[in-house]
Design a protein around this ligand. Structure first.
Ligand SMILES: [Zn+2]
Length: 290
């Protein structure tokens, strides 16, 4: 069986140079480790996703020299797989219904800005009668009953990591499967052996690893890459100016120049990825403005 790396963008707009930098490391790392590489589209939120954006993203990846060795799958076409996994967990008593709104959760948890907010457990021990009453008001979401389980994993950038699994939402209250179950099911189904992505997902990884353990699937190696930011230190966004390949081309910056700059910014020189050389700090995109 071959090994696979992957890049899994949401097709909700053009990729920016932060996405492309992570994709280059994911691609380079897969080939460094003798793995093949696939692109997958994380389009659970179908309101903002489109085929046009997906096609444009593949075009931009190609300009970076990145191709998918399989036709990219779309999460929006795989709901049955995710629902099977949720049903498996539910049959084992590992889920519960949650009726909280975002606002109610925010009120129940006073977390410092930027810290990971764990679900406060409001609905964890509801009685059948309480659940029935709440269902009259609004349909419930389905959460993982993690019971504060700890999970550990290896990260190319951050080394040995461990954390508490959160009672994440597995199915939203509109019936749509949620990101954390979809990503775990897809990585397992596609034989993904290494996951390289932005380090904004580092804190949720323990939960995904715990889900892998519950579902009896392998845990990949992870590489959480520090984000690309604007000069104001905020995550790179449209307001920072030229952040996409098309915008940079308008400024006279070629895709090759972008690729070389991104590769060097990640501490890389040859074709082989040296994870020890990847900076641990966010990188300020040189083409951006405050
Ligand atoms: Zn709740």
């Amino acid at each position: 069986m071959s090994n696979f790396g992957r890049f899994a963008p949401s097709p909700t707009g053009p990729l920016h140079v932060g996405n492309l930098r992570t994709a280059l490391l994911a691609w380079g790392s897969a080939y460094t480790h003798g793995a093949q590489f696939i692109v997958r589209f994380e389009d659970l939120d179908q309101h903002n996703a489109s085929r046009t954006h997906a096609t444009e993203q593949l075009d931009d990846l190609l300009l970076m020299g990145i191709t998918s060795c399989e036709v990219p799958v779309c999460q929006s076409e795989r709901f049955d797989l995710y629902r099977d996994a949720i049903a498996t967990l539910t049959a084992r008593g590992l889920t519960y219904e949650c009726f909280c709104t975002r606002r109610e959760i925010a009120k129940a948890v006073a977390a410092p800005h930027g810290a990971q907010v764990l679900y406060p457990g409001t609905c964890r021990e509801l009685t059948a009668g309480e659940r029935a009453a709440k269902r009259e008001v609004r349909p419930g979401a389905v959460r993982l009953r993690a019971d504060g389980a700890m999970a550990a994993f290896e990260d190319y950038v951050w080394g040995a990591q461990s954390g508490a699994a959160d009672d994440v939402v597995l199915q939203r209250n509109d019936g749509v499967p949620a990101y954390n179950i979809a990503v775990v099911v897809d990585d397992a189904a596609q034989g993904i052996t290494e996951v390289v992505r932005g380090d904004d997902l580092l804190s949720i990884t323990a939960t995904q690893v715990y889900l892998q353990q519950l579902l009896g699937v392998a845990t990949p190696r992870y590489g959480h890459v520090p984000l690309v930011v604007g000069p104001d230190g905020e995550r790179l966004a449209k307001r920072h100016g030229a952040v996409t390949l098309a915008e940079l081309a308008d400024m006279g910056v070629s895709p090759d120049e972008v690729r070389e700059t991104l590769w060097a910014s990640a501490g890389q020189h040859g074709d082989v990825v040296d994870w020890n050389a990847v900076p641990r700090e966010p990188w300020v995109a040189p083409w951006s403005h405050a």
